[in-house]
Design a protein around this ligand. Structure first.
Ligand code: ZN
Length: 127
């Protein structure tokens, strides 16, 4: 099953039921409905946050914020301890170089930069 199909499955399992202020799953809006003006919009926003949490926590899926390149096609980072990481494509090869970066934050950045490079490459191909 592709990631797109998994996200579609989560969306199908979590349909809003506006009149009941509920989701098609057991989730219910934590507020007591008063039918006041603007309440529907708050329910829609809170339900969307609930669905986003379901997608982010679904087995086999991860929601990762992509990082901006330092310059077109190149991602560079200096770590707190003076290490350096670089990510980018050389031809068809994704090249990830990491030197003396030890923090969890640096590791997460390297992974996000690699995903960002792949996403940028895919966007170039699609345009
Ligand atoms: Zn739900």
């Amino acid at each position: 099953m592709s990631a797109t199909e998994r996200v579609a499955g989560v969306l199908a399992e979590h349909q809003p039921i506006p009149g009941a202020f509920a989701c098609s799953c057991p989730w219910r809006w934590p507020e007591e409905p008063t039918w006041a003006c603007g309440e529907d919009e708050r329910f829609v926003r809170d339900h969307a946050a609930h669905v986003a949490e379901q997608i982010a926590s679904a087995d086999g899926l991860a929601v990762v914020e992509l990082v901006e390149p330092t310059r077109p096609g190149v991602w560079l980072r200096r770590g707190d301890m003076g290490g350096v990481a670089s990510v980018g494509f050389i031809g068809a090869d994704l090249v990830v170089s990491v030197n003396c970066m030890y923090s969890e934050e640096d590791a997460e950045w390297v992974a996000a930069a690699a995903l960002s490079a792949v996403a940028a490459r895919a966007a170039e191909r699609a345009s």
